[in-house]
Structure formats: structure tokens, C-alpha cells
Design a protein around this ligand. Structure first.
Ligand code: IPM
Ligand code: MG
Length: 367
């Protein structure tokens, strides 16, 4: 089976971190015989500048055909004033929605070499390994009605939180399946104390558990309490499953526990395609960081680890994914640090390119 990849570097630091991922992809082709048919295209502001839309129909069609899409980042201050319908973020949201990538996997893992880097104490975060499963194609991000309307002489902003049973059930199944291969624990988060959609969320997750996954330990938490527990004692969690908006917030929070947003990958998965592989998009959790774009300061690790997730979840190469993750761990243990990882304890400063090269060297050394 050929392995096809569509690379969408996007905006800001997207292109420079993706250039480092290219080195890794080439390495796996040359040294491990895992080859990819790679195509590249525009998304976000870059696509808007060229085509007047953050994602063309042609790019959308290509994304539907490949085994996996790898995305850098979208957005930037230059596009702040644009209408919502053509904002860079819409390109990403269209990919998620039309590919129906309902399960967004956001692991938050604390590398030992970076444990002192977290804003929390070392013993609270050292060894942390949690997985946030965020529902990605529904909820308040997409619910109708939405808009800014006029009511009397004032404007009213409207968004709608909406979840169907089947939308909740399928993401719950993803979380339980993942938990079975990890610590066998799922904590579901919503606001069932104030939202009907939260009541339904809690009920459906419990029903799926009782009917299909009784062997997995399930708990429920209000999302605000969940945020508090994530900062108080994050290691109590294994898999967290939550909706689109709470997942957006909680995954940024969890990411920061690990020291830097520059470390966190993500996978967005949908239903299996004809070849058995899931529809999939991989992207770093960090954004386009326009303030440091083009200066070689960005940390490429989140994007490189996103490719590791692609190896694991799209191409069934779990061992090779672990090989890449070990190479990343090695360069961090060796003290190599991009600017975002430069703490009081110092380290060896490296550029974006230097970090990519070091990871390739660590891969070589590991053979
Ligand atoms: C994320 C981002 C996106 C989101 C933006 C860029 C639309 O914050 O992936 O977490 O809100 O989902
Ligand atoms: Mg976010």
C-alpha cells in the first residue's frame, strides 16, 4: 500500500516547523524504507493571499483522498479584520468538518528533561502522561443559529451549543478504545449542572460505558472542576473526553503543564476510509506565533511529534513512532533548547533548523 501525505504548512511559523518535519519524513524513507508520496498545498492566510479563500475546493478534495494531512498553523494579525467566512481559521475548521474528524487526540506528556520548565512544581508534573480527547466537529463551534443580530437598538451575539446522541457516542467510543490501550481510565467533562447538552453528554457517555466498555473505569467531572483538578493533581487522569469548546480550553491548559506549547502534537481522526485507514489530520497544538515567525526561533518538536502520531494512527507504525519519540527525548536530555525551552537552568540554544538536524542525528545514532 502506498502512503500518501498532504502537507499544509500554513502561516506564521508553520512553514519553518514543517521544513523540519520534511527532514524526518525523508529520513524514514531513506533509512527505514517507509516512503511517502508527499504533496504540498496552501491553507489559511497563505491560501487567502493567493486565492481569496483560506482553503480552495481543490485542496479540500485532495485532503479527502490522502491517508493523512499534516498541517502547520493558520492565522495572523494581518487577517484579524477579515470576515469570519474567509478568516484563516475557517480553512482549518472546514477541513475538520468536511473530513468529519470528530475525535481530536491531544496528548500532554511531560518529558523528564523539561519537568522543571512547567509553571507547576516538578513532582506535580514529572511523568505526566494524559490524553485529552476533544470532540471536534460539533458543539458551539458549529451549532446553528449563530451570528450577530439586531434586537431593538442593540446587537446580540449568538452561538448554539448542540450535540446529538450519536455525536457524543462516537467520541466516547474513541476515548474508551484509547483508554484500553493506556491506563484504562476515562474522565468525562461537561457542565451538566447548567447545560442540557451537558446532561445528555453525561448520560450518553455513561450508557456507552455500561453497554460496551464496563471494564474501563469511568468518572464524570464538571469542566470547571476539571480545570482545577488538572492544575492541582494532573496525574490522577488518564484519558479525558470532553466537548469541542471545553476541549479547546482544557487542552491548552494541559499543554502548559508540560512546559511549553511548542511540545504538543495532536491527531484528528474520523471514520475509516476504504483502505481501512481513518480519515486523519495531524497538527501541533500551538498556533502560528506570528511574533517569532521567520526567525528560526520556533520549536519544531510539536510538529515532528504530530508526524509521529501519523506513523502510529494512520500508518500502523507504532514502533517507528516510538523511535521518533525516543529521538526527541534524547535531544532534550542532551540539553538542546529552542528559545521557548530556555529556562533558568540554561541549556544549549538551537535554532528551529538546529533542532530538526539534532533529531535526525539522534535517529541515526539510534539505528
Ligand atoms: C485549536 C485552535 C483552533 C480551535 C483555532 C485555530 C480555530 O485553538 O486547534 O485548539 O479553536 O479549535
Ligand atoms: Mg485551541
Amino acid at each position: 500500500m502506498t502512503n500518501t501525505l498532504l502537507i499544509l504548512p500554513g502561516d506564521g511559523i508553520g512553514p519553518e516547523v514543517m521544513a523540519e518535519v520534511r527532514k524526518i519524513i525523508d529520513w524514514f524513507g531513506a533509512k527505514r524504507g517507509i516512503t511517502f508520496e508527499v504533496s504540498e498545498d496552501l491553507v489559511g492566510g497563505a491560501a487567502y493571499d493567493k486565492h481569496g479563500t483560506p482553503l480552495t475546493d481543490a485542496t479540500m478534495a485532495k485532503a479527502q483522498e490522502v491517508d493523512a494531512v499534516l498541517l502547520g498553523a493558520v492565522g495572523g494579525p494581518k487577517y484579524d479584520k477579515l470576515d469570519f467566512s474567509v478568516k484563516p481559521e475557517r480553512g482549518l475548521l472546514r477541513l475538520r468538518k468536511e473530513m468529519d474528524l470528530y475525535a481530536n487526540l491531544r496528548p500532554a506528556q511531560c518529558f523528564d528533561a523539561l519537568a522543571d520548565f512547567s509553571s507547576l512544581k516538578r513532582d506535580v508534573v514529572a511523568g505526566l502522561d494524559i490524553m485529552i480527547v476533544r470532540e471536534l466537529t460539533s458543539g458551539v463551534y458549529f451549532g446553528e443559529p449563530r451570528g450577530i443580530i439586531k434586537e431593538g437598538n442593540e446587537r446580540v451575539g449568538i452561538n448554539t451549543q448542540r450535540y446529538t446522541e450519536s455525536e457524543i457516542a462516537r467520541v466516547a467510543r474513541s476515548a474508551f478504545e484509547l483508554a484500553k490501550r493506556r491506563g484504562n481510565k476515562v474522565c468525562s467533562m461537561e457542565k451538566a449542572n447548567v447545560m442540557e447538552s451537558g446532561v445528555l453528554w453525561r448520560d450518553v457517555v455513561q450508557e456507552i460505558h455500561d453497554a460496551e466498555y464496563p471494564e474501563v473505569e469511568l468518572s464524570h467531572m464538571y469542566a470547571d472542576a476539571g480545570a482545577m483538578q488538572l492544575t492541582r493533581a494532573p496525574k490522577q487522569f488518564d484519558v479525558i473526553v470532553t466537548d469541542n469548546l471545553f476541549g479547546d480550553l482544557l487542552s491548552d491548559l494541559a499543554a502548559m503543564l508540560t512546559g511549553s506549547l511548542g511540545m504538543l502534537p495532536s491527531a484528528s481522526l474520523g471514520a475509516p476510509m476504504a483502505n481501512g485507514r481513518p480519515k486523519a489530520l495531524y497538527e501541533p497544538v500551538h498556533g502560528s506565533a506570528p511574533d517569532i515567525a521567520g526567525q528560526g526561533k520556533a520549536n519544531p518538536i510539536a510538529c515532528i511529534l504530530s508526524f509521529a502520531m501519523a506513523l502510529r494512527y494512520s500508518f500502523d507504525q507504532g514502533d517507528e513512532a516510538a523511535r521518533l519519540e525516543a529521538a526527541v527525548e534524547k535531544v532534550l536530555a542532551d540539553g538542546l533548547r529552542t528559545a521557548d525551552l530556555m529556562g533558568p537552568e540554561g541549556g544549549k540554544p538551537v535554532s528551529t533548523q538546529g533542532m530538526g538536524d539534532a533529531i535526525v542525528a539522534a535517529l541515526d545514532a539510534g539505528l
